[in-house]
Ligand binder design. Structure first.
Ligand code: LIP
Length: 273
């Protein structure tokens, strides 16, 4: 895909993200249909479904040959080499239900299973994060970059999540990892959106994040935004990131990534997307 085609894809994804943002704003605090997915802590609203349907229809109309993977309609659909839009209609649905503003729409495009366009838009925070592979990362049109100067966990502000899976194995992993890492750092924040967490590392407002249990639609767009901002995304054990593996570690530089990876006592192995 050449530079012109990438730019066209980004521009269309941005205009659709703004429309999805308007749908989120007009439905905020007024959801009638809220249902549980895998647990009481994993919810979906009628707005998630409406936004995904809107994005699917628009992307199919404008890119009939591209594939589409969305959180609410494509669980279990594998990733292929074909150009694929990967959409999370509302990342941070629990926050959306509670009207906590840390929520966004996330739109990624992969080619040969590699993210090449990333758009993350938070209408409540008025933040639009964008990136095209090889063209850098931006927030509201301004270039962003990670806090390269962070030298060790003792200087780092970290982000992680409890997630929606609420079983003993997950409880043990979350709290053992939090205890081991949290005490060594400037602090850990659990704010509720994997995509925005990676974008906070990309703009330097946080230094690293990790999570087990997320999905390809939570990380496809934001993982590109973080790497284009000069950061590192990888598997929690240090190998290359596999966006279908259900786990991620993002950081402002390799030293922090490796130190965090070494310090996490538990690396959950989860069923792939
Ligand atoms: C959420 C992720 C978050 C994770 C939640 C949930 P959703 O995505 O952004 O990081 O901890 O369990 O998966 O479901 O709001 O799109």
């Amino acid at each position: 895909m050449d530079g012109q085609e990438l730019l066209r894809c980004e521009r269309i994804a941005v205009s659709l993200a703004f429309e999805a943002g308007l749908m989120m704003k007009s439905a905020s605090g007024r959801n009638k249909e809220i249902s549980e997915k895998d647990s009481f802590a994993d919810l979906v609203t009628e707005t998630d479904k409406a936004i995904e349907k809107f994005l699917f229809t628009e992307f199919k109309r404008q890119f009939p040959d591209f594939r589409f993977i969305g959180e609410e309609t494509s669980a279990g659909v594998g990733l292929t080499v074909e150009p694929t839009w990967i959409v999370d209609p509302i990342d941070g649905t629990m926050n959306f239900v509670h009207t906590f503003p840390y929520t966004c729409v996330s739109i990624g495009l992969t080619v040969n299973k590699v993210p090449v366009v990333g758009v993350v838009y938070s209408p409540f925070l008025s933040k639009l994060y964008t990136a095209r592979k090889g063209w850098g990362a931006y927030c509201n049109g301004q270039p962003i970059s990670v806090r390269q100067s962070c030298k060790s966990l003792n200087e780092a502000l970290l982000l992680c999540e409890f997630g929606g899976q609420r079983d003993e194995e997950k409880r043990n992993a979350v709290f053992r990892n939090l205890e081991a890492v949290g005490w060594l750092s400037h602090g850990v924040r659990c704010l509720g959106s994997a995509a925005l967490n990676l974008c906070c590392v990309a703009d330097g407002s946080a230094d690293a994040n990790w999570e087990f249990g997320l999905h390809v639609w939570d990380m496809a767009a934001a993982s590109l935004i973080l790497t284009e901002a000069g950061g590192v995304v990888m598997d929690t054990k240090g190998g290359p990131l596999d966006i279908m593996s259900r786990r991620i570690l993002g950081a402002c530089n390799r030293n922090i990534a490796d130190e965090l990876s070494r310090t996490l006592p538990i690396h959950l192995e989860l069923e792939r997307d």
